[in-house]
Design a binder for this molecule. Structure first.
Ligand SMILES: NC(=O)c1ccc[n+]([C@@H]2O[C@H](COP(=O)([O-])OP(=O)(O)OC[C@H]3O[C@@H](n4cnc5c(N)ncnc54)[C@H](OP(=O)(O)O)[C@@H]3O)[C@@H](O)[C@H]2O)c1
Length: 305
């Protein structure tokens, strides 16, 4: 495994971690796969209270000593007391004494950010979380959140970033470089869209570049991300074969001319219809997250019966 510094800290995290969104399906298989991935070095596991799977993730990480556990508080819980309660719930579900990285899942413009960040600082002071992170924050939101804390630094921003979704390149990449912020690339394989018929030509191009290195297109797509100094990625994989394949995205590097070739190709294709169309609505308040969380918890309970 390769490692990168987490934000401005002296701590290193693996460049590939485990994404767990939608991992409710076959619980036994999910747990086995997560444990396998950790064993192979992907010892950073990302979950969220909204995913409804923290209990399952807690079971999966049990017994490992050095797993870095990242979870997120849902936007409808951004009031001070709600953040504290949500964190306590997550600790309990995960079965850990401390969360390594506690992230704000999405901005919620209806709650003063100072109140939310104050709660995160308190949790850090109380030893319940080790690091503070955000997710889906743009540069302005990030700066506001950072400025509203007294003694802590935000170490990371978890953002949608893949060959097909490159919004963060507008300014977040540069900002993270200047300020030593780790960007955790979520949906790094475009939630599987990379492998769909719609992007067949892209797949052919990536595969042909991969062939020169003895690599697959998934490995090229992940290598393309983590080649960025401050970027780590958290692909979700439900099989050991996919975990193994993704692991081989490290230990080699695309050349500069291959990166240019990919960039040139991408400038000529239509990217994914971005979730950013809905971003302003999502960020307005946390009503939606309450609904999503309830739905996911129900689904999780149903699976576990
Ligand atoms: N902060 C946020 O708002 C946010 C939002 C979305 C996601 N996330 C995080 O990011 C993680 C990853 O994102 P994601 O789940 O949307 O999508 P992703 O990791 O981009 O893609 C997952 C899809 O790719 C497939 N896949 C994985 N490895 C593969 C390989 N080597 N070859 C072919 N297919 C492969 C998976 O199939 P199998 O399952 O069959 O292996 C799955 O269908 C999530 O699990 C979650 O932890 C965060």
């Amino acid at each position: 495994m390769e490692y990168k510094y987490l934000g401005n800290t002296k701590e290193k995290v693996p460049v590939l971690g485990v994404g767990t969104w939608k991992m409710l399906g076959n619980e036994k298989n999910d747990i086995d796969t997560i444990r396998y991935a950790i064993g192979r070095g992907m010892a950073l596991v990302d979950t969220a209270e909204m995913y409804g799977n923290e209990i399952m993730v807690g079971q999966a990480i049990r017994g490992f000593e050095n797993v870095f556990i990242a979870t997120k508080v849902a936007p409808h819980n951004f009031r001070y007391n709600d953040v504290i309660n949500a964190c306590n719930q997550s600790l309990k579900k995960l079965g850990v004494k401390q969360i390594d990285l506690y992230q704000l899942h999405w901005p919620n413009h209806s709650v003063p950010i100072k109140e939310t960040m104050g709660a995160l600082e308190q949790l850090k002071k109380d030893g319940k979380i080790r690091h503070i992170g955000v997710s889906n924050f743009d540069v302005r939101e990030f700066e506001e959140a950072q400025a509203s804390m007294k003694n802590s630094e935000i170490v990371s921003n978890q953002v949608e970033y893949s060959i097909l979704t490159r919004d963060v390149e507008k300014d977040m990449i540069e900002y993270s470089r200047k300020n030593n912020i780790t960007l955790i690339a979520y949906s790094p394989l475009a939630s599987g869209a990379l492998f769909s018929a719609k992007y067949q030509n892209l797949a052919i191009m990536l595969s042909s570049i991969g062939k020169k290195h003895g690599k697959t297109m998934a490995q090229v797509a992940l290598n393309w991300l983590i080649i960025n100094e401050h970027v780590i990625a958290i692909p979700k994989a439900s099989s050991k074969a996919h975990v193994d394949e993704n692991m081989d995205a490290i230990g080699w590097k695309l050349t500069k001319s291959e990166i240019s070739e990919i960039d040139h190709f991408l400038s000529n294709i239509r990217k994914r219809p971005l979730s950013s169309i809905f971003t302003p609505i999502i960020k307005r308040n946390g009503f939606w997250s309450k609904y999503v969380m309830k739905r996911n918890e129900k689904a999780s309970q149903k699976q576990n019966k």
